[in-house]
Design a protein around this ligand. Structure first.
Ligand code: ADP
Length: 491
């Protein structure tokens, strides 16, 4: 072969070799060196099939026969390279039979290995996608927009809609039209202005069963015209969620009505209870007055004839009587609070505090209240609240300890807060909530006398005046009771 021709054959990327009648290599181009790994000088004269461990698609004898008959042959071969790697080639043999120079075969090989590998990768990826498609709990359909038909639907799609696959693939559907008001946004998605279309809509399955479907659609390809050829349509059943939402809406709608009814019932029973406690307390006064009156009469008229034991019994009757009077008065005050209307007007806090301190004997608190600070309140009720808190502050001290009380107040946003601090026995945090309820006391009568109604009156009074009451305290550390009321403008 001329050197020029040989150079030109070297320029071909594919491996090209020439073998003689005994299949010995007489030419080996650069492409063959690159693919198989041997250089030209190493291979010349060697049998190509032995060197490359050629594997034929059919017995070699048959290949040879065909080649001799037709003078050419084409097929897939497996070759082994110098490094032991197996390559698949598409091989083409052509015969040149020169009566003088003898028979020569030109073999051109095309490496299929990479192509085969990418084909295998493609198959694996297709297999993966197919599994997702088949097993997905979402209904997946591929829709051909030009024909208006589904070209593929998965099992979940048929399951959700209730229609068999064959039926789904054979009907032409004006899908956008079935989306009603949402049709336009489906069309917008088709034009590409919208990446994703999604909606929820009621759907009647083939068996007539009504369900809610969530539909998501996306154009898959937009080559050429810009109009998609295929669209991916995803379906999922959202019936359970929709019914829960509807149930919740219904519940919300009736909730207000039910609250109104319950409040009304509660108010009514509260009123009944109050009327009852009012009339009981009221009715108890007369017999109590009689008991106390006769005890007085007994003392006045018969004191000289009673021995000391009878006199101590009389003493018990009298002190029981006054405790009962106190209890009834407090109960009446408490239930009156729920009944009487209490008009609110600006009340100067300093003024109310001074009034309260004159009502509580032996109580000289230090007072630190800004002069003009006023709250929207009912003055007599507020004074009563302060009296109750001050009385407690003086009362709940360790025996032998002189009460030290400080009253201060400040503006807090749109409220005024007032504190009454004492150096008393304090209240453990776990009891601080319940002491504001009627009859809740933490001590026996002998240690600290009282009716257990004072703080209940404080709480209710504050509620009636749109305010709040509370306490910060630790056992043995003194207490800090506070009340808060809406601020009032003062002139
Ligand atoms: P009473 O003073 O008639 O017992 P209250 O309703 O005024 O009833 O108070 C309820 C309980 O709260 C009291 O019995 C007492 O145990 C506790 N308490 C109230 N004020 C104080 C205080 N300043 N220091 C410690 N304990 C208090």
């Amino acid at each position: 072969m001329g050197t020029r021709n040989a150079r030109l054959l070297d320029l071909a990327y594919e491996p090209i070799l020439i073998r003689d009648a005994e299949d010995r290599i007489t030419y080996w181009n650069a492409g063959a060196e690159r693919l198989y790994g041997w250089n030209r000088t190493e291979v010349l004269g060697r049998s190509s099939h032995e060197l490359l461990q050629t594997q034929f698609p059919e017995p070699f004898e048959h290949v040879r026969e065909l080649f001799l008959e037709y003078r050419q042959w084409q097929g897939e071969l497996v070759h082994t390279t110098r490094s032991g790697e197996r390559v698949i080639v598409s091989s083409r043999w052509v015969m040149d039979d020169d009566p003088e120079a003898g028979l020569l075969t030109l073999e051109t090989n095309f490496d299929l290995t990479a192509l085969q590998a990418s084909k295998a990768a493609l198959q694996a990826s297709e297999h993966r996608l197919r599994s997702i498609f088949d097993l997905s709990p979402f209904g997946i359909g591929i829709r051909d927009e030009s024909t208006g038909r589904f070209s593929m639907v998965n099992r979940a799609f048929t399951h959700l809609t209730g229609y068999p696959e064959a039926e789904l693939l054979s009907v032409t559907l004006d899908l956008p039209a079935s989306f009603g008001e949402q049709a336009d946004s489906y069309r917008t998605m088709l034009t590409g202005k919208l990446d994703l279309y999604s909606t929820e809509l009621p759907f009647t399955r083939k068996d007539g069963h009504e369900i809610w479907l969530a539909v998501t659609a996306r154009a898959l390809d937009r080559a050429g015209t810009g109009q998609p050829a295929t669209t991916l349509v995803l379906l999922s059943d959202v019936t359970a969620r929709r019914s829960a939402e509807i149930e919740l809406q219904d519940l919300n709608a009736t909730l207000e009505q039910r609250i109104r009814e319950r409040t009304h019932d509660l108010e009514e029973s509260n009123r009944d209870l109050e009327a009852f406690s009012y009339s009981v307390s009221h009715d108890l006064r007369a017999p109590l007055r009689a008991i106390r009156g006769f005890a007085d009469a007994l003392r006045e008229d018969y004191a000289d004839r009673l021995d000391s034991r009878a006199l101590s019994y009389l003493q018990e009757i009298e002190s029981g009587g006054s405790r009962m009077t106190q209890l009834i008065d407090d109960l009446l005050a408490y239930s009156r609070l729920g009944r009487a209307s209490i008009p609110l007007s600006p009340v100067l806090l300093l003024d109310a505090v001074q009034r309260a301190t004159t009502d509580v004997h032996h109580c000289e608190p230090s007072i630190d209240i800004p002069e003009g600070l006023a709250a929207k309140a009912h003055r007599p009720t507020l004074v009563q609240v302060l009296v109750n808190l001050l009385t407690n502050a003086c009362k709940f001290v360790r025996p032998g300890t002189a009460p030290q009380i400080r009253i201060c107040a400040e503006k807090r946003g749109s409220s005024a807060r007032l504190w009454i601090e004492d150096n008393g026995i304090g209240i453990a945090p776990e009891h601080q909530g319940r002491i504001f309820h009627v009859f809740e006391r933490l001590h026996g009568q002998e240690t600290y006398p009282g009716t257990g109604i004072g703080l209940a009156i404080v709480r209710r009074s504050m509620q009636r005046m749109n305010g709040e009451a509370g306490v910060d305290s630790e056992l043995g550390q003194g207490s800090r009771f506070w009340i808060e009321l809406p601020l009032a403008e003062t002139k």
